[in-house]
Design a protein around this ligand. Structure first.
Ligand code: SAM
Length: 289
């Protein structure tokens, strides 16, 4: 371990990817503070937002805007400055840059130019939510934001339905109920899942349960749709069991001919899946038609 008392200074001609807090300002690491205070320039997603953060830490480094609309053309000029010896830090509004945030073009170009790129790690909402979800962490897939429209979202979920890794999603609060509803319909209501909202902030809450339980809670509890959210969903069950797609196909066919309770009962017999979970799925299919 290196000496905690030694202050780090930005090296010339180096690009730093600096994580900032996702809520609690004390999550800005001392090393991040050192680097942000000693680089020549900080490229920020929103300069006003980052200026406020820097002011709280007594940092007055020059800022420039780098967001999804100007990244492609601005990256070159920034990297030329790094090639001339400037040190540059990139930050986003919250958490780790590039993770559902701008920065990919800049870092890819820096790598092509063989410039030194250093990570200053810190908060990331997806990893924080995964670490407290109580779901398998040995293998996981980060999916970012799903599509805003239900048909496209369901198609994305269909493509993920056989994925056995734990799934991580970011979601906007006003879409949480409909997204959980789509997850029940496509992935099956019995999967264990969690929804973490407002991580590191005053109203931090993690809801846990099956997808069906969480979808029901989202309809009843307005608080669940307040603030920022990460959804964590258990991966598909092992291959020995029927895959979620098989289960859904069987249930869909039966539910198109029979009442939800009867379709669920028969599908449970065929696939070995829980009747209550299948009943909720069959009702979701019926509501969709
Ligand atoms: N780069 C960020 C990171 O490392 O987590 C993510 C940026 S992305 C534009 C913003 C999304 O991250 C939010 O819509 C929400 O889904 C999630 N998020 C950010 N902060 C959060 C928090 N404090 N609690 C829960 N989710 C959060």
């Amino acid at each position: 371990m290196s000496d905690r008392s030694v202050k780090t200074s930005a090296a010339p001609g180096t690009l730093y990817v600096v994580a900032t807090p996702i809520g609690n300002l004390r999550d800005l690491s001392p090393r991040a503070t050192d680097i942000l205070g000693s680089v020549t320039l900080i490229a920020a997603e929103d300069t006003r937002h980052t200026r406020q953060l820097l002011q709280l830490f007594g940092i007055d480094t020059r800022l420039t805007a780098l967001h999804e609309h100007n990244e492609a053309h601005k990256a070159n000029a920034l990297l030329e400055a790094v090639q001339r010896g400037d040190s540059l830090a990139i930050v986003s509004d919250a958490g780790t840059p590039l993770i559902s945030d701008p920065g990919f073009n800049l870092i890819a170009a820096a790598r092509r130019l063989k410039l030194p790129v250093i990570a200053i790690p810190g908060a990331c909402a997806a990893v924080a939510a995964l670490s407290i979800a109580g779901l398998p962490t040995d293998r996981f897939a980060f999916e970012g934001f799903l599509a805003a429209k239900s048909a496209a979202r369901r198609a994305q979920l269909e493509a993920l339905s056989a994925e056995s890794r734990t799934l991580l999603f970011y979601e906007a609060p006003h879409r949480i109920a409909e997204t959980l509803h789509d997850m029940v319909a496509v992935l099956g209501g019995g999967r264990a899942a969690s929804v973490s909202r407002e991580l590191t902030k005053r109203f931090e809450t993690t809801y846990r349960g099956t997808l069906t339980e969480l979808a029901q809670q989202a309809m009843q509890d307005a608080d669940m749709a307040r603030g920022e959210l990460v959804i964590v969903v258990a991966g598909a069950a092992s291959e020995r069991e029927a895959t979620p797609v098989d289960v859904q196909k069987i249930l869909r066919v039966l539910a198109s001919e029979l009442a939800p309770a009867q379709a669920a009962k028969l599908t449970a017999k065929i696939t070995g899946r829980g009747r209550a979970e299948l009943y909720e799925m069959a009702r979701a299919f019926a509501r969709d038609e």
